[in-house]
Design a protein around this ligand. Structure first.
Ligand code: F6R
Length: 247
C-alpha cells in the first residue's frame, strides 16, 4: 500500500463524480492556466457533467485551461461518433468556455502515427507538463490503452488492440470489424509525469483492479499499480469498487 495514495470512499457514483469535480474545480481556481490530462470512458462522465454545471452557474472559468487527452483510436476521423475527440466535444468541450485550440486529443487520422506519438509527449512538456491527470481504470487494471504486459510502456505510443479489447469495444460500433485495430495512447511514463493524478472507479466490476492498483505489487501485469510510484494520487471509489480494499 502506497502512503501517497489518498483513497476517497464515496457512497455511490454520484457522490464520486461530485467530489472529483470539486477537486478539479479547486485546481482550476488555484491556477486558471491549469493543464488537465483527460480521459474518456464512462468513469469521468458524471464528473464532466458537474464541471459543466459549475461553468453554467458561473463559478468555473475554462478560458485559460489547456487539456491533453490520454488516447485515441487509430485510424479514426475526429468527426466519427466513436472517436474520443467526438466524445470529449459531446461530454465536455462543447458545453464550457475552453478554447478548442487549447484542447488536444492524439490525432487519429494522421498519416504518420509514430510522428504523432513522438510529438505528443514533447507538446505536453513544452506546455509545462500536466498539472492534473484524470484517469479511469479497466477491469484488468489498464490505464489509458496500457494493457497488462511484461513491461511498462514509457511514452505515447501506437498500441495494437488486444482481441479482448476489440470485442469489449465492439458494442459501440456497427460491428466488430469496424473497431479500429490500433490506438495512440500515452504511456505509463507520460502519465507518471503529471504533477497530480486522480483516478475514478465505480461498480463492482472494478473492485479487483482497484485492489491490485492500491495494494498489489507494482507490476506491468496491472498497469495501474505503477501509480503507487507517484507522490500525489487521489483515488475516488464508490462502495462497490472499494469493497476488496483492506482499509
Ligand atoms: C479512456 C481510457 C481507458 C478507460 C478505462 C475505463 O480514455 O483511457 O483506460 O479509462 O477503459 O473505462 P470506463 O470508464 O468506461 O470503465
Amino acid at each position: 500500500m502506497n502512503i501517497n495514495m489518498d483513497i476517497i470512499k464515496c457512497k455511490d457514483e454520484d457522490e464520486m463524480s461530485r467530489r472529483a469535480a470539486s477537486l478539479v474545480a479547486e485546481a482550476i481556481h488555484r491556477d486558471p492556466h491549469s493543464i488537465l490530462g483527460l480521459a474518456t470512458g464512462s468513469s469521468p462522465v458524471g464528473m464532466y457533467k458537474n464541471l459543466v454545471k459549475f461553468y453554467e452557474q458561473g463559478t468555473l472559468d475554462f478560458s485559460k485551461v489547456r487539456s491533453f487527452n490520454l488516447d485515441e483510436y487509430y485510424p479514426i476521423q475526429p468527426e466519427d461518433p466513436q472517436s474520443y475527440r467526438h466524445f470529449m466535444n459531446e461530454n465536455l468541450f462543447d458545453h464550457i468556455n475552453i478554447d478548442p485550440a487549447n484542447t488536444h486529443v492524439p490525432q487519429g487520422n494522421a498519416e504518420d502515427p509514430e510522428a504523432v506519438c513522438e510529438a505528443y509527449d514533447l507538446m505536453i512538456q513544452a506546455a509545462g507538463g500536466i498539472d492534473l491527470q484524470i484517469l479511469g481504470i479497466g477491469n484488468n487494471g489498464h490505464i489509458a490503452f496500457n494493457e497488462p504486459a511484461d513491461h511498462f510502456p514509457a511514452g505515447t505510443h501506437l498500441v495494437d488492440l488486444q482481441e479482448s479489447t476489440i470485442k469489449a469495444n465492439a458494442r459501440f460500433f456497427a460491428s466488430e470489424a469496424d473497431v479500429p485495430r490500433q490506438a495512440i495512447s500515452m504511456g505509463i511514463g507520460s502519465i507518471l509525469r503529471a504533477k497530480r493524478i486522480i483516478l475514478l472507479a465505480s461498480g463492482e466490476a472494478k473492485a479487483e483492479a482497484v485492489k491490485a492498483c492500491v495494494e498489489g505489487p507494482i507490476t506491468p501485469f496491472c498497469p495501474a499499480s505503477a501509480l503507487q510510484l507517484h507522490p500525489d494520487v487521489t483515488i475516488f471509489v464508490d462502495e462497490a469498487a472499494a469493497k476488496l480494499l483492506s482499509k
